[in-house]
Design a protein around this ligand. Structure first.
Ligand SMILES: Cc1ncc(COP(=O)(O)O)c(C=O)c1O
Length: 424
């Protein structure tokens, strides 16, 4: 189909034959054609319009979940919609850049793609012993490369519900089917995973700590439970530790129990700065070798200059102290909003990380209520991953540096706002 679209045999907007007609023509069962259609829809090659049939899609995708999650009508006074770190809490790059300036060189092609000093700096805090570490241009770059390397259109991937919208967009773009599993205070619900594993998923994608948007961290007990369920299957476990060094919990990974089928990715965007574009990943050689080799055909490796900068930030006392201070400050900001919400009759689990998953009566009404006070938050709907969550907002409380009681009061008011009714 893609080839036919590419060489013009099928043109954008062209009506495709009904499933039954095509099935008869190809001597296939209608369900086979319907399944193929579903894969093409997920891959964005065609779109179906109910009874009006299916057409070749135009190459102009509508707003993705990612864009929708960030949509807001006006420039807010306080933007809590972004999920991004507070620039004021990132470590100062000046001293590290100065040190780097005295010894750095950009003159080498053939060195090891992973800077040995960086691997050394990370070894002690990596959740598995003696890891072989690969550096990528941010967690999303690593997950994108991994997904392309290991998943095929039509594969089934288990994701947490709710999930990080760009990750769902990425899976959609690859034509992958998703199944959501619920989270409780200890992480992925084991019973849900057991049921989902019966469908022989290619991968399980999870956030091991400070889950975005809920703030949930996997408990040690749950890690063991999940690993026991997955052991003996061929499902690849992919862990996206996006909060990294500003999480309060120690690093956590199923790799301790499933080293041959777990890939662990730690981002440095929240702890050291998103524009460094750095994440580090480890995984079984059966996966990582192919990924590294494929990368050589594209960008090759992640700049070792940036790797040196991160290695310096991870080893110098003052930068380490700043990251530790940021960790404490995020925890303080989060706890302050949660304590006030509890007083206002909205008890939420403590959790950790930059975001709060706030249950609301109605998402639109809650966003309008906050906007009236110049505050933006993200609607919960783009985070939905196959299953009902009830209406929520994702609120980046990591950015509430001041007046947390007043902000929490407005959040409580927004949570109770009844649905906005249109004119009759
Ligand atoms: C769950 C999750 N994964 C990945 C990312 C992106 O990380 P990076 O900047 O390293 O690509 C984020 C950023 O907010 C995130 O929340």
């Amino acid at each position: 189909m893609s080839a036919a679209i590419g060489d013009g045999a099928l043109v954008e907007g062209q009506l495709l034959p009904p499933i039954r007609v095509l099935a008869a023509e190809l001597a296939l069962s209608p369900s086979t054609v319907a399944a193929a259609w579903a894969v093409l829809v997920r891959a964005g090659a065609i779109r179906t319009d109910g009874r009006r049939g299916s057409r070749v899609a135009t190459l102009r995708p509508g707003p993705s979940r990612y864009r929708r999650a960030l949509e807001r009508p006006t420039t807010p006074r306080l933007d809590l919609s972004t999920g991004t770190p507070d620039p004021a809490l990132l470590p100062d790059l000046g001293p590290s850049l100065a040190r780097l300036g005295r010894r750095a060189t950009a003159g080498r092609y053939l060195d090891d793609p992973t800077l040995p000093e960086l691997a050394q700096a990370l070894a002690a805090t990596w959740p598995t012993p003696a890891p072989s570490l690969n550096v990528v241009d941010g967690a999303m770059d690593g997950l994108d490369a991994l997904a392309r390397q290991t998943l095929r259109p039509g594969d089934l991937v288990i994701v947490e519900n709710p999930a990080f919208p760009p990750l769902l967009d990425l899976l959609d773009a690859l034509g992958v089917r998703i199944q959501g599993v619920r989270l409780d205070d200890e992480g992925v619900v084991a019973d849900d995973l057991a049921v989902a594993l019966e469908r022989r998923p290619a991968a399980l994608l999870l956030q091991p700590r400070a889950h975005n948007p809920t703030g949930v961290t996997l408990s040690p007990r749950r890690v063991e439970e999940l690993a026991a369920l997955i052991e003996g299957t061929s499902t690849l476990v992919v862990e996206d530790d996006s909060v990294g060094d500003v999480a309060e919990s120690p690093p956590v990974s199923l790799a301790r129990f499933l080293p041959g089928q777990t890939v662990h990715v730690r981002s440095f965007s929240k702890s050291h700065g998103p524009d460094l574009r750095l994440a580090v990943m480890s995984g079984p050689p059966s996966v990582m070798t192919g990924l590294t080799e494929r990368r050589h055909l594209g960008q090759g490796w992640t700049s070792r200059l940036l790797q040196s900068l991160l290695a310096d930030l991870l080893t110098q006392a003052s930068a380490r102290a700043q990251v530790e201070a940021a960790r404490r400050e995020y925890a303080r900001r989060r706890a302050a909003v949660i304590a006030r919400l509890a007083l206002r009759g909205i008890p939420l689990p403590a959790g950790e990380g930059l975001n709060l998953w706030l249950p609301v009566a109605d998402e639109t009404a809650a966003l309008v209520s906050l906007a009236a006070h110049g505050i933006a938050a993200a609607a919960g709907r783009p985070f939905a991953a196959g299953g009902a969550n009830g209406p929520h907002l994702r609120v980046t409380v990591g950015l509430v540096d001041d007046d947390s009681d007043a902000v929490a009061d407005l959040l409580a008011e927004a949570a109770a706002a009844p649905p906005v009714r249109g004119p009759r």
